[in-house]
Design a protein around this ligand. Sequence first.
Ligand code: VAH
Length: 310
Amino acid sequence: KIFITGALGQIGSELTIKLRNIYGTDNVIATDIRKNDSEAAQSGPFEVVDVTDTKTMIETARKYEADTIIHMAALLSATAEKNPVFAWNLNMGGLMNALESARELKAQFFTPSSIGAFGPSTPKDQTPQDTIQRPTTMYGVNKVAGELLADYYYHKFGVDTRGLRFPGLISYVTPPGGGTTDYAVEIYYEAIKNGRYTSYIDKGTYMDMMYMPDALNAIIDLMEADSSKLIHRNSFNVTAMSFEPEEIAAEIRNSIPGFEISYDVDPARQQIADSWPNSIDATAAKEEWGFKAEYDLEKMTIDMLEKLKK
Ligand code: VAH
C-alpha cells in the first residue's frame, strides 16, 4: 500500500492518479489536510491527515499497513518566507512524523527536495550533486535539513529513504501554490486567456524547470531503482531545462504570435530566485538510476498550450 501525504497538492494530485493507474486504485491511499472534489480525492481511498499530528499520521499509515510512504505535504518557498515559523513546524514536524511512520512500518520512503536547497554561495552554473548548501530561505533551510534527516534515517535505522531535488515544476492540472517558479506555470494560463503576461520574476533570471510528466516518472523510476546501485539518496539533482522569462515567452510566441510579456518584479520572490542556481547538473541521477527527461521547453510549451486550450 502506498500512503501519500499532500496528495491534493501540485505534485501529489497528479502522482496519486498515476500511481493508481500503475499499482491499482485501492493500493494508493491519498491523504491531505482537507478533502476536495478533485480526482485524487474522489477516485480512491482518501483520509484527512494533518502531518503535524503525530498520532493521526502514524495511526492512519498503520491502518493501511503502508509499505511505501510518499511525503509531499509542505509549504513552498514564497509562502514559507512569509510564515517562517509555521513553515518550520509544518515542513520539519511533518517530515519527522512521516519518517517515524516509515521507520515503524519498515516502509520505503520518498520526499522531494528542491533547487531551493542551494544558496548564494553554491556554484550557480551546472551546480554539482555534492556541493555547498547554505540556502538563505526558510524553505531552503527546511530542504537541506530534510535531506540530512532522511539520510540519517537511512544510515541510523535502515529506512530506504530516497529523494529528488526538483526544479520548478510545470503542469496544467493543479495550479501550484506559493512557489517562486510558478511564473512559468501562470504564463501559459495567461497566454491562453489574455495573450499577455506580467511576470513577477525579472528577465534574465535563469531557473531550472521540468514538465510534470517527467517529474512523476522520475519519482517512480527512483523508487523502483535497485537500492544497491544508489550512491546518493537524499537528494538527487534532476532537471530538464533552464530558461529565463524572455525565453519561455519566445517559445509561447511560436504558438501564439503576438503574445507579450511585461515585468512587474516582486522583490521578495526575485530575491529567492536570485539565491538559487542558474542550472544544475543531473549526472548522478542519470548514472545511478537512469534518469532522463522527455520534455524540453519546445515540447512542453506545445503540450501545455494544447491541453489548456481544451
Ligand atoms: C517553489 N516550485 O517555487 C517550488 C520549487 C524549485 C522551486 O521548490 O518553491
